[in-house]
Each structure stands twice: as C-alpha cells, then as structure tokens.
Write a protein that binds this ligand. Sequence first.
Ligand code: NAD
Length: 430
Amino acid sequence: MTSVFADARQRLQYLGHSSGISAQVIDSLSHPKATLCSSLPVLMDDGSTRYFKAYRCQYSSHLGPCKGGIRFHPNVSQDEVQALALWMTIKCAVVDLPYGGGKGGVSVDPKKLSRLELERLSRAYMRAMADFVGPDKDIPAPDVYTNARIMGWMRDEFEVIKGQKQPAVITGKPVNMGGSLGRDEATGRGAFLVTEFLRSKEGKAPEDISVAIQGFGNAGYNVAKNLFDAGYKIVAISDSKGAIYDQAGLNVDEVKAYKVSQHSFDTDYCASSVCESDTYKTISHEDLLSLDVDLLVPAALENAITISNVNTIKARWITEVANGPISAEADEILFSKGTVIIPDVLANSGGVIVSYFEWVQNKAGYPWTLEQVRERLHEKLKLSFDEMWQYQHKSENISLRYAAYAKALKKLELVIKMRGTKEYFSNAEN
Ligand code: NAD
C-alpha cells in the first residue's frame, strides 16, 4: 500500500530543494515532532467494551502551538495523520497564522455508533489526549466525520479533567459553547473565495463555468452552495455512496434538502445519499472525476486523483478542498497538461483561519459578528492568494502549489535557522 505520508514528505523535499531551502531545514521538517497513539476503551450500548485506535500528531511547533482537526474514519492510521499534520504545518505558514501543524484521528466507522457511543468515544479521545493538547500547545478542530457537537463534548471533557474553563482548547465548537460565527461555513466559503480570485484573474463569467464536486459534507456542501449562489453551473455532486449529474445544472439547495431530510437522529450522520434522490441521473464516482468540466472540486478524501486515473481528468481548473486529493505523481502530469490547481494548503485554509479567529475570540472573551469574521477571512485569503499568484507569475514555469510551498518554507526556514542551524552559526552576519 502506498504511504500518504511518504508522498507528502517526498513533495515537501522536492519543492524545498528546488526553491532553495537549506537541507538542514528540509530535514527538520521531514520528521514529525511527536505522535501519541492510544487505544480508547468505549462502553457500547450493549454493555460490552470495544477498543478504538486513536492518534494525535504534533508535527511542528516552530510558528506556534500545533493546530489541526480530528478525523473519525475507518481508514485513519498513523501514516495518514502524520501526512495531514505535515500539510497543516505548510497551510498555517501559507496564510500567516501563528500556528504549527497537528492532526488527530480515530480508526472507527462513526456511522455505526449510536449517539451515546459517539459521545463516549469523543470523551475517551480527549481523556487520552488531555495532557498532550492544550490552548497554547495543540488545538484540535473538526475534520471528516467530526462536527461541532463532538468538539463541544471534547471541550467539556477537557475542562472536567483540568477543573477550569479552557474554551480555547478546541475550535469548531457550537456557537453557544464558545464557537465562532461563520466557522461551520468557513472551509467551503474560503474555497469559494479563492476560486473567485482565480476567476477574476482569468476574466470568465460564473455562468460559463461548469463544476463537478466530489464530496458533499461540511466543506463540499458549503463550497457548492457559495458557487451555486454566485451563478456557477454545478453539473455533478457526489458523496460516499455515489454521484448525480445534470448537464443543465443541479439545484444545490434541493440536493441538500433531500440529503438532510434523510438525516438520522440516532447518530449524527445522514443516512441517505445524494444519489438516492429520483430527480437526477446517477453516475459513478469515476465518471464524476472525468467529466469535461471547467472546474473540478475534490472535497472528500486524499488520493482521489492518482497515477491510475490522472489521464482521464479533463477539468481545466481544480480547487483542492480536500487535503491531499492529488498524489505527487499525478500533480506533475496535470501541471504539464496546463491544469490550474489551487492547492489544498490555500484552498481549504478558510477552516483553520476561522478556527484561529475562534481561538482569538476565546482568549479575548470577546465574540465577533458574522460580518467581522467574513470580512477578515476575505482579507486574509486575498493577501495570501495574491502573494502566491505574484510569486508564480514572476517565476518561470512553476505551479501555484510550488509558489505556496516556497512562501511557507521560506517562513519556516527563517524561524528554524534563528533557533540554530549549522549555516546560521557559521554565518558571521547573523
Ligand atoms: P465531512 O465528514 O463533513 O464530509 C465528508 C464527505 O465526503 C461526505 O459527504 C462523504 O459522503 C464524502 N465522501 C467520503 N468518501 C467519498 C468518496 N469516495 N467519494 C465521494 N464522496 C465521499 O468532512 P469535511 O469536513 O467536509 O472534509 C472533507 C475534506 O475537506 C477532507 O479532506 C478534510 O480534511 C478537508 N478539510 C475539512 C475542513 C473542515 O473544516 N471541515 C478544513 C480543511 C480541510
């Protein structure tokens, strides 16, 4: 099986060396600082106890406390968590947040748990990690199949253990438990904004842009909704069970209404799929990825596009909402074909940016309005997008990903060198 962490590390090393980053700094960023592994005992509703493998990786704290989501999914592994934590390190540096990178997860199919079992699992995770995480050490957030309710349980468990209020220990909480307005929509909204920046650079009208979206969860739905409201033509949407297609355009509000109408109240997950509605034609997951569209938005899991299907991809632009949806090899092929890719480290950074805003509000004890959150998100993303765009345009034949990594690695290099590298101490001018 291919290692997603090896792939992520290989990309870091390639981009680091070719953008002139010192070997010692690349080496330092090639190794996670610490990963805690645990087996979580969870009391099931039938009285039995099951054990679930759990992880938390603190990849780098060079720029600040570690930051990154917690995933509940059957495929979670130490390898995957470390890759995701490495990408968080780059992402926080790309958008100038005072954070390092982290990530966590539990290997579980949460759709098979009752709500009470899910609550016990979430609390067990925080109990196992309570001495590892903290508001100034490592701040988790939601990711695939975790949500605001789960973040609220985890905050509560942490505070029970520590015996004091610590709202800034976790972000993406329910608003009435110290969450930020606009956090739930932030990842999708941010991906929409960067797509808009690209569209205005390329001078195209939204109506002339056909879009296929893989994944219809928090990130996928919110990017679909924003693009749809702005007039883009959404022709295909998928979730884990299948995909729907309409060349004339899907109505995102109707697709969402159908999906939530089948929401299971026993657990926190939708019981049905977009592809079970009678309104639209169904297609396969592979068909969705290979549609002849202007914009493809992978918003599910990593490695959606690899060497095995890259030659079927026809989209002109790709906004990477998922983390690591394109393998390093496939990325090179798409670049050589001229596909414009807004890289994950910028495209999905809206989530961590508004998580940062939440953390700031918690620390200050002063909540912001939705308008303030949206305005500041726009401002931060515009600055980071323009920097990446300008770097790419003043260099020869490099991708937007290269430009984003070059900026992030330069920033990390400065702070790593100042703490003491061979080059730093041998250069009399430092
Ligand atoms: P989510 O749990 O809300 O939704 C995941 C969606 O993916 C679901 O609709 C599921 O049905 C679908 N899915 C799973 N496997 C699929 C497949 N093979 N084909 C099509 N759809 C499939 O998760 P999310 O928070 O929306 O996360 C999605 C991606 O965005 C992940 O890569 C995550 O790391 C990334 N991301 C999320 C956030 C955030 O704030 N939630 C922030 C940054 C990045």
